[in-house]
Write a protein that binds this ligand. Structure first.
Ligand SMILES: Cc1cc2nc3c(=O)[nH]c(=O)nc-3n(C[C@H](O)[C@H](O)[C@H](O)COP(=O)(O)O)c2cc1C
Length: 277
């Protein structure tokens, strides 16, 4: 674990604003600030007992109105390989000891309403969001617990590039969809920090204020390019946008957002039981 101020520096490329900020970095918080995804796994398997512990941590996350509108699928090795083949470009899915899928789940509430002789009248956009947030919080609690136990993980939203096939492979009924997959295993290296946006961009005091966005982004791009330059051949969507000599996180993000992603997801979700009203 790096020295405490190094940790803040590693995360943001900036020093903390306050002198006593480092004092707040007790060990668990330091581990959280040092977190990074893991895409390289050793052969050691995560035991069933450890997995059960981490799942208990996941289920300890807060859930909206105590409704607990999510489900977690622990895949078997055949399903894990099938998902890895389906996605294609991410070998860490097959390499991981375990692969889980965190799902938003409205179906269970619908069954509960029926079991208790009530009408479920909340097939709404709000429920869709609540269920997705519940699933994401459970996944984050799982990730944090895994990190505390010396394990590495990586969320995999690429499962949503194949939502219909994933629902079929995992037997997800209408009203349940995969929010994210998660690889889990013992890391073979320390990975590396991905520099975050400065807190001045993300954290707003009192009211939303993005007056300095352009300037802050320029400085952020310069910091990232100094530490983690993106080589020209890795610039995104070169065929459409060419090679830029002013390339950084901002251009990368703009290019990504200029291309429609998962355009059929909304139609699938509506056909899969969500009214989104
Ligand atoms: C919801 C979500 C989905 C993600 N999907 C993928 C994915 O499909 N494949 C992958 O390799 N990484 C995926 N990631 C990992 C991000 O790329 C990673 O968190 C980001 O680059 C920052 O790196 P860091 O977490 O190591 O700081 C995902 C992360 C989140 C939160």
């Amino acid at each position: 674990m790096p020295f405490r101020n190094d940790l803040f520096l590693g995360r943001f490329g900036l020093n903390p604003r306050f002198e006593d900020t480092d004092l707040l970095l007790d060990e668990p918080v330091a581990r959280m600030i040092g977190r990074r995804v893991c895409r390289r796994y050793g052969r050691e398997e995560v035991s069933d007992g450890l997995l059960e512990t981490l799942l208990a941590a996941a289920q300890s996350a807060p859930a909206k109105s105590d409704l607990q509108q999510y489900s977690i699928v622990v895949t078997d090795k055949d399903q894990q390989r099938a998902l890895s083949d389906m996605i294609g470009s991410m070998p860490w899915i097959a390499d991981a000891s375990r692969f889980l899928v965190f799902c938003a789940d409205m179906h269970r509430g619908q069954r509960i309403a029926e079991l208790r002789g009530k009408e479920h009248v909340n097939n709404t956009l709000d429920t869709f969001m609540n269920a997705a947030v519940d699933a994401a919080l459970a996944m984050m609690a799982f990730i944090t617990a895994a990190d505390f136990k010396g394990l590495g993980s990586c969320p995999i939203s690429a499962v949503r590039a194949h939502t219909a096939e994933v629902c079929s492979l995992l037997g997800l009924p209408k009203g349940v969809f995969p929010v994210s997959g998660l690889t889990l295993g013992y890391p073979t290296d320390d990975g590396r920090f991905t520099l975050r946006l400065p807190p001045s961009v993300v954290v707003h005091h009192g009211t939303y204020d993005d007056a300095n966005l352009e300037e802050d982004l320029r400085a952020y791009d310069a910091r990232r390019n100094r530490l983690q330059p993106i080589p020209p051949e890795r610039q995104m969507h070169k065929d459409d946008f060419g090679i830029s000599d002013d390339y950084g996180w901002t251009e990368n993000t703009a290019r990504r957002l200029a291309k429609r992603e998962r355009a059929d997801f909304g139609d699938f979700i509506r056909a899969h039981g969500f009214d989104l009203e």
